[in-house]
Design a protein around this ligand. Sequence first.
Ligand code: NDP
Length: 306
Amino acid sequence: MVAQVLDGTLVASKLDAETAERCSHLTARRVQPGLAAVLVGDNPASRTYVASKARACARLGLRSEVIALPSATTTAELVALVATLNARADMHGILVQMPLPAQIDAQAVIQAIDPAKDVDGFHPVNVGRLALKQDGFVPCTPAGVMALLDYYDLPARGRRAVVLGRSAIVGLPLSLLLLHRDATVTVCHSRTADLAAAARSADILIAAIGRTALVTEDFVRPGATVIDVGINRVTTREEVAAYFGDDPARLADIEKKGYTLIGDVHPRQAAARAGQVTPVPGGVGPLTIAMLMRNTTLAAERACRQ
Ligand code: NDP
């Protein structure tokens, strides 16, 4: 069996087209959706993420403002900045890029964001709304995974879903979303005994643990849908050979950038057993940004209705 590849880039482009249209309606009413992205310190990955979010805003017609602060910023300074962004009518969404430097109390910062502008869906009010199946903001990566399942008509109802990872950003909210869609959900984590056996019970297996290719063939029930949220790097030709064979694009990545991206799922082993798989890159990643754009546009629409 060779698994069908679920194309996140394709689904993201469809979501983006809808968002751009909603955005142009708002802009015609003189309300251009605006996203404030706050970047603290000089983490290169964070800088890349924020830049790609700002580019997505420009592409779809949203306004964005990137506010870069030094690594030594304090919790009080960041909370004060968030308060000014809460008060700005032209900024409908506020994103504070994680992780924050160790001296900053990330929870205090998240809780300072107005829940109506919390387009990442991390504020406890939005977490509570999600748990209770009420309208709020759903975190972007889990929302993206659900959009992918919807697009490919892979219903969760009545199926066994196993989520590897229980973080507040991915695993936990995704488990709730799947539960709300009537899946029977198992949530696994670093203390789960016999992870492979738990994973093998899944019709829908989600890997969100941040461990390179930990999900091997013995984790995958034949025909299962395997969604790989993980983003990890491999840097050597030997690793490329082990995970991707002699794929010239991967070898070119190593030559050019010094690394190639890989998820939490062993790509070749999963593809040989699963019914559907997501690629890394080009799977869940583009959907995360598409959902951020959608949430920001939704925040602007809600602000208009008030
Ligand atoms: P966290 O580190 O916050 O959480 C990891 C989770 O995986 C924890 O629940 C942890 O368990 C569990 N875990 C770690 N190691 C193991 C193991 N060996 N066996 C079983 N469970 C394990 O990560 P995130 O949720 O933020 O991210 C997960 C992955 O997804 C990362 O690779 C990240 O880069 C990627 N990501 C991708 C996004 C995208 O857009 N595609 C967006 C966000 C994240 P415990 O709770 O017990 O510690």
